[in-house]
Design a protein around this ligand. Structure first.
Ligand code: HEM
Ligand code: HEM
Length: 182
């Protein structure tokens, strides 16, 4: 397997792909679990999955941002037109912001609303925000709009990545996934 000279380092790639997989599960589960007409047990299981995987994502994004701060990503390839590099950079920045905002808003929505988070409760981690219906409502609104925004941007991002990987074959995809076709 040849690793492109300007590839992301292995920890950055592991963090990207594990989070991408989980986020791409979290989004449809989030939209599905709030729909009316689901059976109660299915809805409960989806909520338990969503809340607890969401907390795991909060830990992963903290690690990822700290890692990125210490290990800057490879520079944008020079063959990319300026406007494309700018859009890619902005999309990545907003995705990072949402990867932090979404689990935080979800956590606050649930804890301020007085609901359990099973994994944290089992570990004896207390609620870190006070019980407040107003706070829960604000966090719920942020989580709702953030949910649509991250769904939209992730679709744009995946589309662009696949376009580079499958059609342009210009090596951008392999920066994140060495070994894939260039
Ligand atoms: C990257 C992480 C996350 C993503 C991408 C995500 C995404 C979503 C989406 C798309 C929805 C449906 C939109 C809506 O109706 O609000 C939703 C709903 C919800 N999420 Fe998340 N979520 C994340 C993390 C969390 C976490 C950590 C928690 C709690 C610990 C959480 C709790 C909830 C709850 C309770 C709802 C239902 C909202 C309501 O109507 O009360 N989420 N999430
Ligand atoms: C099939 C799904 C996905 C594919 C194929 C993919 C592909 C890629 C590729 C090729 C890059 C490197 C771009 C470059 O070199 O400039 C990248 C970076 C990135 N991806 Fe994804 N991605 C996927 C899913 C996601 C998801 C779901 C998220 C978050 C919601 C995400 C967030 C990011 C971020 C924040 C970066 C910037 C990394 C950095 O510069 O530190 N990706 N992705």
């Amino acid at each position: 397997m040849t690793i492109p000279s300007q590839a992301y380092k292995a920890p950055a790639r592991w963090l990207h792909w594990s989070m991408a997989l989980l986020v791409l599960l979290m989004i449809p589960v989030g939209f599905l679990m709030v729909r009316e007409g689901l059976s109660r047990p299915l809805q409960n299981n989806l909520f338990i999955f969503h809340k607890n995987v969401g907390v795991l994502l909060l830990i992963l994004i903290t690690v990822r941002l700290l890692y990125r701060w210490r290990n800057p990503p490879p520079p944008e390839p020079t063959h990319l037109p300026d406007w494309q590099a700018r859009i890619a950079g902005m999309t990545h920045a907003v995705l990072y912001a949402l990867l932090l905002i979404m689990p935080l808003a979800g956590y606050i929505r649930v804890r301020a609303g007085g609901f359990p988070i099973e994994s944290l409760d089992a570990l004896g981690v207390p609620a870190l925000v006070p019980r407040s219906d107003t706070l829960a409502e604000v966090a719920k609104t942020i989580h709702f709009y953030g949910g649509w925004t991250i769904a939209f941007l992730a679709a744009l991002h995946v589309g662009a990545a696949l376009h580079h990987g499958l059609i342009k074959k210009d090596g951008i995809f392999s920066r994140m996934w060495p070994g894939a076709s260039q």
